[in-house]
Design a binder for this molecule. Structure first.
Ligand code: B12
Ligand code: SF4
Length: 474
């Protein structure tokens, strides 16, 4: 059977005037996961429109398309195109899970929720000619799930081919997050076994890893076992975790000891009431400075995520947040306009209050105000958002923020990371056009390690055979 799996791109990702590096970071791991369930004899291709032009002239037996909210329009176009040719089309992913009726107009089969179990059911049905219209996920486990087919990914096209996900979901329930909508009707947080996770990590070449888990520290016992097992593997890695988990006794140190060098933390807002309104009770704003200090003292760079437009925000929120981030020497900040994704508690609330203004999914990209904010106009929210980026990443701010680091090595690493990420757009464009993005990886590793540091004993690779998979190894 000929199977084609496609990650369509949103319009901006294919524009030479947008930030191509943002879309050349991670390969389509969800599709590589699905590919692992196909038979040896099946011919499988994965195409990612963020990094390549799609070949739409072919006629496979089966097409599977991944649909996010912002690429939904493009995904439906591609689905319609293949269906016109008589090809069977499956749609899955986050957006179709919340918008089943919309998706059913474009797909022959639509998958609700994670698809580790339903995709296998579908393949059996398809081979016997009785596929269903809708597959709803109910079994929530990663035990025994095969490793993603990374051999189908063109790794040279990505800055971070070694993205890895060892859990699904998150133990928390923030109102604005996609999570509860995607994992409804069952467990919304589960992990691989530690041994399976380590086995997957062991297959990844090179040094650098990026864990894309929503909350890698979400199950402290699992995380501690994973970090113990990773000691001596010689990795440098990045991940995301909640603020509260950084205070779990000993966990951060274990992470650092096995190579954590930069972390994405959802601070979201400096306003305590905003956090409560969004059901984000696990963030306590008085702990923010302590968390940053802990991370910096441990040599971990902070990527702080902030959301603008919550009901406690007025037009002063932008400058206040940026000033605070610079004052606390944060390396990179990601700003978002609050975006109510369909299916979330936030979306339901704003719909009930009659505050939803825009229904074009392409604009649900966290850069547009799609709802009526409480204390400012949608225009003021968008302008403030762009101003925040400009202020945080201007040269003066970068310098001021880096200068907050106590030693010269820290200052230099801060500057190199921030400048590399936000101030080298033309260089990134050239690197991507000449298909050399893979060559930039050693530089990223060098900056993560620290410019003045050579490989430490921690980072010298220990072959698998001489390494335990759980428990302390050093
Ligand atoms: C990596 C990532 C990116 C990467 C690249 C995406 C990629 N290469 O896959 C980059 C940086 C480009 C990116 C960009 C954006 N992203 Co993003 N991203 C992620 C992230 C962190 C991980 C995705 C992942 O690999 N998951 C792990 C795999 C195993 O799971 P999966 O992809 O969901 O696949 C499973 C199922 O969905 C299902 N499935 C998926 N596709 C299909 C297809 C078929 C046929 C079937 C049967 C099943 C199926 O099966 C898989 C196995 O269970 C997620 C958060 C998350 N935890 O998922 C956010 C997330 C997907 N991103 C999001 C957003 C909003 C964006 C942006 C708009 C952000 C922005 N402001 O610019 C852009 C636009 C993306 C676009 N193309 O439209 C939202 C999506 C919300 C929504 N309702 O759609 C998420 C959920 C983050 C969040 N918490 O809000 N993103
Ligand atoms: S902590 Fe993060 S991933 Fe978890 S529910 Fe809240 S926003 Fe979503």
């Amino acid at each position: 059977m000929k199977v084609k799996l496609i990650l369509p791109a949103l319009t901006e990702a294919t524009s030479p005037f947008w930030r191509p590096i943002k879309y050349s970071l991670f390969p389509p791991l969800g599709l590589a996961t699905l590919a692992a369930y196909l038979d040896e004899n099946d011919q499988v291709v994965i195409q990612d429109e963020h990094v390549e032009k799609l070949d739409l002239d072919d006629e496979p037996d089966l097409v599977g398309i991944q649909v996010y909210i912002t690429n939904a329009r493009r995904a439906y176009q591609i689905a319609d195109h293949y269906r016109r040719k008589g090809v069977y089309v499956c749609l899955g992913g986050l957006h179709v899970t919340s918008m089943l009726d919309e998706a059913l107009k474009h797909g022959d089969s639509v998958f609700v929720g994670p698809a580790e179990d339903t995709w296998q059911d579908f393949l059996a049905d398809f081979r016997t000619w009785f596929p269903k219209k809708v597959y709803i996920n109910s079994t929530r486990t990663l035990q025994g799930a095969p490793l993603p087919r990374r051999d189908l990914i063109q790794s040279q096209q990505y800055l971070v081919p070694n993205s890895v996900v060892v859990s699904r979901g998150c133990p928390h329930h923030c109102d604005f997050c996609y999570k509860d909508a995607f994992f409804k009707n069952g467990k919304s947080f589960y992990t691989r076994s530690i041994d399976q996770a380590l086995q997957e990590i062991d297959t990844l070449p090179g040094t650098h890893l990026y864990f894309l888990d929503d909350h890698l520290f979400g199950n402290p016992q699992f995380a501690a076992g994973l970090f113990d097992g990773m000691r001596g593997m010689g990795r440098l890695w990045q991940a995301g975790a909640t603020l509260r988990s950084l205070f779990h006794p000993g966990l951060l140190q274990k992470a650092v000891d096995c190579g954590l060098r930069s972390i994405f933390v959802g601070f979201e807002s400096l306003n305590e009431q905003n956090l409560k309104d969004q059901n984000k009770y696990h963030n306590l704003s008085y702990q923010y400075p302590m968390a940053i200090q802990r991370l910096h003292e441990a040599g971990v760079m902070v990527n702080a995520s902030f959301v603008f437009g919550m009901d406690g925000d007025d037009e002063s929120v932008f400058d206040r947040t940026v000033d605070w981030a610079i004052e606390h020497s944060i390396e990179t900040a990601t700003f978002h306009i609050l975006t109510p994704y369909p299916g979330t508690a936030l979306y339901q609330r704003l719909l009930r209050q009659g505050r939803m203004l825009v229904h074009d999914w392409e604009l649900y990209d966290t850069r547009h105000a799609v709802f009526q904010p409480a204390h400012m106009s949608p225009q003021a929210l968008e302008e403030g958002y762009w101003r925040a980026y400009q202020r945080f990443y201007n040269w003066e701010a970068i310098y001021a923020s880096a200068w907050g680091k106590p030693d010269m090595g820290g200052k230099l690493r801060h500057m190199a990371y921030t400048i590399g990420w936000k101030k080298c757009e033309m260089l990134w464009n050239l690197i991507i056009r000449t298909r050399c993005v893979g060559y930039a990886r050693p530089l990223l590793e060098k900056v993560l390690r620290g410019l003045n540091k050579e490989k430490s004993s921690l980072e010298i690779y220990t072959p698998k055979s001489s390494r335990q998979t759980t428990g302390d190894v050093v």
